[in-house]
Design a protein around this ligand. Structure first.
Ligand SMILES: *Cc1c(COP(=O)(O)O)cnc(C)c1O
Length: 454
């Protein structure tokens, strides 16, 4: 293994150049501070997407709101806008401090994308947005719709018949398939979801019950995406939702930041130079957490510090960012197996587009063991009565990593944050969980209880 060549270097050479590689390859937990992290005003100049693009996405979601409210009654109380609550989780914070024997300065909050309407995960942002955008493009091109229309007219046989001539394909570990599948089927599209081996049975069953064609693979996420892409290339009426490269997905996720700004104001959480905001985002291929982080940087600039969270067995974004190789390398190149209970994060090769876009905007990245995810799952359920799927717990581990790891302490020092940490807010982004069937959640919970009583 040490002599294996990856991108013109042996594994030994990679380890020598990046000492953190030793731990990453032995699947130990690590915290990495991004040495390229820069001032917002400089870093943003190198990014082609802008605030205007995110606003455009928000406008589109507003146009669709009357339609969404009509076909998904759960969204009526928010007038067809799909948004999740944010809550302070002080009981959990105290439990974490005790469990890890580590004080967390500042306050801990949870952004509950786990409870987003329609598909119960962060994918209800980007995934649904991209399907809506595609539907709008088609309908406008074919003179069925104008920007001024009340979009609730889309809930009609005329539109369903029109969309049934087109199809949509996507590759997924589960939740993206769920979002794309449910939304596309509702509009009337034919849908093909290519699922990796990680995808949970209940997600496949749910999609099939909605008339979605689910194609299963024994391999990981990269293969599922590749097959979806291939299928769509062969059919001019098929649209491929490209989780690895899509700017539409990314912008759909980014909208979250502007809404969060208002939510924080409502609960009197201040973010400014004296009150830094730390956000911990569970990361798979990167689109969801990357899009949200991008939006957060546009809104809060240097006052927000965003970190990606990955399983120790799937640290694709960390390796891609650290080595600057992005999607040219995958975790398997380094002998890491990409096998994790965090099915939403089971991705071996990160999005090159996301890694490059956030190269100087992301503060860092850390990894977490599967056992911790289960432990955190049961503790969160006990202390706050909030139930998440394993992937979604990765963010909650962030403050522990930040304060415990030397690299985290260095990050605080180097960014002049030491005396401000008592005023900090830490947001763990809870990315999924509310649609997990009760019996499945019960097995997760029991596993966590067993682990934490050891
Ligand atoms: C997809 C997913 C993520 C990460 O999103 P990516 O866009 O793949 O990085 C995190 N948590 C859950 C529960 C997910 O389903």
């Amino acid at each position: 293994m040490e002599n294996k060549i990856v991108q013109e270097k042996t594994i030994s050479q990679w380890k020598e150049q990046y000492p953190l590689m030793h731990k990453i390859i032995s699947t130990e937990e690590v915290f990495w501070a991004n040495s390229k992290y820069g001032k917002f005003s400089e870093a943003i100049k190198k990014v082609s997407l802008s605030e205007k693009d995110v606003q455009d996405a928000e406008e589109r979601l507003k146009r669709f709101a009357p339609y969404i409210a009509k076909v998904f009654p759960d969204t009526q109380k928010t007038n067809g806008i799909i948004e999740s609550p944010i809550v302070k989780i002080l009981n959990m914070q105290r439990k974490l401090e005790k469990l890890f024997d580590q004080q967390i300065l500042g306050q801990l909050l949870l952004k509950c994308d786990s409870h987003l309407a329609i598909s119960g995960s962060i994918k209800a942002r980007g995934g649904i947005y991209e399907v809506l955008k595609h539907a709008e493009d088609l309908a406008i091109e074919n003179n069925l719709l104008t920007l001024e229309d009340d979009y609730s007219i889309i809930d009609s046989d005329k539109f369903r018949e029109f969309f049934s001539k087109y199809s949509i394909a996507v590759g997924s570990t589960g939740n993206l398939g769920l979002s794309i599948g449910i939304m596309s089927a509702q509009l009337g599209f034919k849908v093909y979801v290519h699922m990796s081996a990680d995808a949970r049975q209940w997600k496949k069953d749910l999609l099939r019950s909605k008339g979605v064609t689910v194609i299963e693979y024994q391999s990981d996420y990269s293969k599922a995406v590749e097959e979806g892409r291939k299928q769509a290339e062969a059919d001019p009426n098929m649209y491929f939702v490209d989780d690895e490269n899509s700017t539409n997905l990314f912008l759909g996720y980014a909208v979250a930041a502007y809404r969060l700004k208002n939510q924080l104001k409502e609960i009197n959480v201040v973010v400014d130079e004296q009150h830094p905001l730390f956000v911990y985002l569970p990361c798979g291929v990167g689109g969801g957490p990357g899009g949200v982080a991008f939006g957060l940087k546009l809104v809060f600039k240097d006052n927000v510090h965003c970190f990606f969270a990955e399983p120790t067995h799937s640290p694709c974004m960390l390796i891609g960012l650290m080595t600057n190789m992005h999607d040219k390398v995958c975790v398997q190149d380094f002998g890491i197996d990409n096998i994790t209970a965090a099915d939403g994060l089971a991705v071996g090769r990160a999005s090159g587009f996301v890694g490059k876009t956030l190269e100087e905007l992301i503060s860092g990245s850390y990894t977490v063991k599967d056992e911790q995810l289960y432990t955190l799952l049961s503790i969160l359920s006990d202390s706050e009565d909030i139930q998440l799927e394993p992937s979604a717990l990765a963010g909650i581990y962030g403050p522990i990593q930040l304060f415990k790891d030397d690299a985290g302490q260095d990050y605080i020092e180097n960014n002049n944050l030491k005396d401000k940490m008592k005023n900090a807010s830490h947001i763990a982004w809870a990315t999924g969980g509310s649609m997990v069937p009760k019996d499945v959640m019960e097995t997760y919970y029991k596993k966590g209880q067993e682990l934490s009583s050891k």
